[in-house]
Design a binder for this molecule. Sequence first.
Ligand code: UGA
Length: 440
Amino acid sequence: MTVKVSVIGLGYLGATHAVAMVELGHDVIGIEPDQIKLESLRNGILPFHEPGLGSALTRAIASGRLKFSSSHNQESAAAEIHFICVGTPQKPGSAAADTSYVMAAAKDLAKWVSKTAVVAGKSTVPVGTAKLLRDSMSEIAGFNIHLAWNPEFLREGTALEDSLRPDRLVIGAWEEYSVERLKAVYKPILDLGTPFLALDVPTAELVKVAANAFLATKISFINAMAEVAEVSGGDAVALAKAIGYDERIGNKFLRTGIGFGGGCLPKDIRGFVARAEELGVGSAVEFLRHIDAINLRRRDKVVELAKVELGNLHGKRITMLGISFKPDSDDLRDSPALEISQRLTAAGATVTVHDPVSLDALSSRSPELNREGDLVEAMREADLTILGTEWKLYREADPHLLGSLVATKTVIDGRNVLDVPAWQKAGWKVIALGRSIVNG
Ligand code: UGA
């Protein structure tokens, strides 16, 4: 059954969701006030890098089922389901999430929404936000809005696949009506046997932040072990493998390195602590402060290792391989590789960045960093190379070939993805985070 839906906010989440809704057979109107972003999408060009999403966007536009508007109109008002997908970034100067965009989008929608429509929030919000939105929207609309919370668990790099084949579908609602309407929209996904959970609204809000908090904890746990391994002659990569065989622990999300970044994990754990404090239970998630601190210490460690290797960094040339927060993405938000590059530059080094897709995004963000699109050129004159993002290109690079072309064969593997024996055999000095292997 085709459902008319509106998707409000066409950033990473919204653009992916709008395209996914078309793939499921629905008629979609995407609302995005940013004219540049809107025009780009209208022309079938994604304003960010996401494998597979660009071609799906082209398909969606060609099907005539995806339309765009900079604001609500009669057509969007006719939608049966409105998905709110606007961002909730970290508030400047605070750990808390900024819910002002979600609130503004909800209040604006309240002037247009019909009595029978369902409003489904997908943004990651502090627990309690949905109730505030419902109250405020209902007051503006003059009737009780059917509001539900429907968190999204997509990962950058596999966003469309995660939307179409999620691990689970979560809907938090006050009324059965909203659940049924949303189940109809997601029918093709439910028909695949996807686990479905109808929850109360606060739990649905919490599922998302709890999941991200757990993921962040796994990464910082192994990075804490890395700190111990580094001073005891141990190897955190081997340790992760060994503990991961225990099914209760599992081997996923235990990759040790320079830690987590991006627009989600760091701000979500900080926002969670801030919200828990507001609720008077800050001590319950106090440990997340340590998770954050362990994560940030990995960045300090790389700067420290560069200083140990090169001495005073003034005038030293350092090449950063990969600048996005993870591979298959050009997202630079809270990227560990970016922060390390900025700190090395501040300490006097000249940093050249190579990245297969993120150099354009970098130019407006950090103009003090040199950008080089050719891998060998980027590395040729470097006194030290740092692998900051584990793009396939670097994982599969030929250490013999690179070694024959560069001046200094020293690399810090910030993601523990290089084949250390092969690189050592090719004469490289490999400094691996969390491992005791150093010399070539
Ligand atoms: C994360 C969650 O994984 C998604 O489930 C969630 O939907 C999303 O946030 C969100 O809140 O919207 P994402 O930010 O795309 O997704 O990236 P992740 O794959 O979680 O990676 C986060 C960071 O952790 C990256 O910097 C990555 O390099 C790092 N990481 C990941 C590690 O350092 N070690 C690991 O073992 C795994």
